[in-house]
Write a protein that binds this ligand. Structure first.
Ligand code: SER
Length: 593
């Protein structure tokens, strides 16, 4: 079936709405109050509190298309199916229906709505282990729908268990659906677990019934949930019978724009095909990160650093295609045009996206120029004919020189490069930054513990106090990150706060704590929330309900929760640091003692 991205999104939402689901808007790509991950990586991610038992304002059946970013595979981008940004179509049962309902719906959607022949479908189910029994129930449900026994495969945890997204959190056995391309089996054991290309994954249904605890054990969740996810780009590739996601309609205008700007002769050579894909992927992801409702700009920390890496990598690959200054933001405009009707935040941020990309390009060019000076100096003082791996790595890490470029420049001057030494340094650095990423997961996904809830309430009080004390309409939340130990809050403000202002903010928050007022939560539409004077993100396409937390006269904010019940529980509030986070953005760290 030839189906476009717009048609697939619509079919998905229509199908689940007809079955009692409420559509919800995609959440921001930047998770709020979640110290464990930098970006939203799956549709279930913004729903973690609800999977753990908090009631969702839209009810127990939800569906959406969620913006996701995963940068773990950044070096694989350029092959046919890896993307750093993708859309995940998802539907959820929050303690409502379970497998007996989800399996027949999945079958119906794939065969009737998408027109896949049942004989071309293969499914996998969990084979069972000490944590959870063999999922014969799901296998039987598939068989009853019409999947032949030989197309049902039992596999272990490695393949048929999803989550948690961090070290702890909701998870469970899953059943995955694969499109059988019709290629012959590569061996008698060939199954969807095999990567020979016979089977292509289309959809994943997770039967989320466990919470993984910090000690590695699993305990049953309060409620049994269903969490499903279908990658839009890969589904389109399969449906349209294409060999790469870059040939699907979401990428076509982006890729054509790149090709029209490129000046190399052989745009279809293997290297150039890869470069076009890297530029297309990275500029698309950067556009969504800058243009997000909680968008960030390039920097040397957190999301801003990933954005910087994506843009610089795009520029490096783009240079091999002959792309020049200003081309990258023009490609970004093709991304905005393709997606603005689905993600209107991109349209509103159009100028900002253009400016930030142009600016980063200028900065990168400058860095490269400084790198060339550094390189010349290095050559001048070199005692041997080989540039040490350490120096090549410094050129790479500090000045953004790809190794190939250093080798080439060295060759022109009759030098060699210690490639092995470079790779050893590279690995050392990667291991270190992986260790950093692991640290992020320590707290567990979206911790809903008591300490975190109290700090979350303190964050609302502080946000309001900042607005009052600084008396500047531009003071707005730019980011929030809470661990059980401290809160961290980024807000827009042009200068450092004075010690008096910091004290005044602390005093206001402590006065609210002393007043011991209750925290109440109401559900209302976004328009009602706006009219009530609540602050927060108003992004919503479906007029869906949001939660508004009110803290007496002190604060009113749109937020998912959870919060303390009374301010008196908070103890004493103290700001431990106020510093610059990026241009025009301040960062506060504060604790409750
Ligand atoms: N959470 C599962 C996934 O990411 C299903 O949505 O695949």
């Amino acid at each position: 079936m030839k189906i476009t991205s717009d048609e697939l999104r619509k079919k998905w939402l229509d199908f689940f709405c007809a079955r009692g689901h409420k559509p919800i808007s995609s959440a921001s790509l930047i998770p709020e109050n979640d110290p464990t991950v930098l970006f939203t990586t799956a549709g279930m991610h913004p729903l973690v509190p609800y999977l753990l038992g908090e009631p969702h304002p839209a009810g127990k059946r939800l569906c959406d298309a969620q913006k996701c970013v995963r940068t773990g595979d950044i070096d694989e981008v350029g092959d046919s199916a890896h993307c750093t940004f993708f859309e995940m179509l998802g539907n959820w049962s929050l303690g409502d229906y379970f497998k007996e309902q989800m399996v027949p719906w999945s079958y119906e959607f794939l065969t009737k709505e998408l027109g896949l022949s049942p004989d071309r479908l293969a499914v996998t189910v969990f084979e069972g282990d000490a944590d959870c029994p063999r999922d014969t129930e799901t296998a039987e449900l598939w068989h009853k729908c019409g999947i032949k026994k030989e197309n049902i495969f039992f596999l272990g945890k490695k393949h048929n268990w999803w989550g948690p997204a961090g070290q702890t959190g909701p998870c469970g056995p899953d059943t995955e659906m694969f499109f059988d391309t019709g290629k012959p089996k590569c061996s008698p054991e060939c199954s969807p677990a095999c990567d020979c290309g016979k089977y292509v994954e289309v959809w994943n249904d997770v039967f989320m019934q466990f919470n993984k605890n910090a000690d590695g054990t699993f305990s049953p969740l309060k409620q049994k949930n269903v969490d499903t996810g279908m990658g839009l780009e890969r589904a389109l590739m399969n449906m349209q019978g294409l060999s790469s996601v870059y040939d699907t309609d979401v990428f076509v205008p982006i890729v054509s724009k790149i090709k029209s700007l490129a000046t190399v002769d052989d745009i279809d050579s293997a290297d150039n095909v890869k470069a076009v894909r890297v530029v297309a992927d990275h500029i698309r992801t950067s556009t969504f990160i800058i243009g997000d409702e909680r968008g960030v700009t390039p920097s040397n920390v957190d999301q801003g650093y990933i954005l910087r890496r994506l843009l610089r990598r795009a520029i490096r690959f783009g240079a091999t295609l002959g792309l020049k200054s200003g081309d990258y933001s023009e490609i970004a405009m093709a991304v905005v045009d393709k997606y603005a009707h689905v993600y209107p935040e991109l349209q509103s941020a159009k100028n900002k996206i253009k400016e930030e990309i142009d600016l980063e390009e200028v900065r990168f060019t400058k860095t490269l120029e400084n790198g060339i000076k550094e390189f010349e100096k290095l050559c001048k003082f070199l005692q041997t004919d080989t540039i040490p791996g350490k120096s090549a790595f410094r050129l790479y890490d500090t000045y953004g020189f790809p190794l190939e470029m250093t080798i080439e420049m060295a060759k022109e001057r009759g030098f060699k490069v210690d490639v092995e030494g470079f790779e050893a340094k590279f690995k050392e650095h990667r291991d270190l930054s992986h260790a950093g990423a692991e640290q992020r997961f320590k707290g567990g996904l979206a911790d809903t513990g008591e300490a975190t809830a109290k700090l979350h309430t303190a964050t609302h009080l502080m946000h309001k106090a900042l607005k009052t004390v600084l008396n500047d309409p531009n003071v707005n939340q730019k980011g929030s990150n809470i661990t059980p130990e401290r809160l961290r809050f980024d807000f827009s403000f042009a200068r450092a706060m004075t010690p008096e202002e910091i004290k005044a903010v602390e005093d206001l928050v402590n006065a609210a704590i002393k007043a011991d007022v209750p925290i109440t939560c109401e559900e209302m539409t976004v328009d009602e929330a706006k009219a009530s004077g609540a602050v927060g993100l108003f992004a919503s396409k479906y007029g869906e309900k949001v939660k508004v937390y009110t803290i007496g006269e002190y604060s009113k904010e749109i937020c998912g929760g959870p919060h303390a019940s009374r301010t008196g529980e908070l103890g004493h509030f103290k700001i431990v640091k106020e510093q610059s986070s990026s241009a025009g953005v301040r960062r506060i760290k504060a604790v409750l003692e």
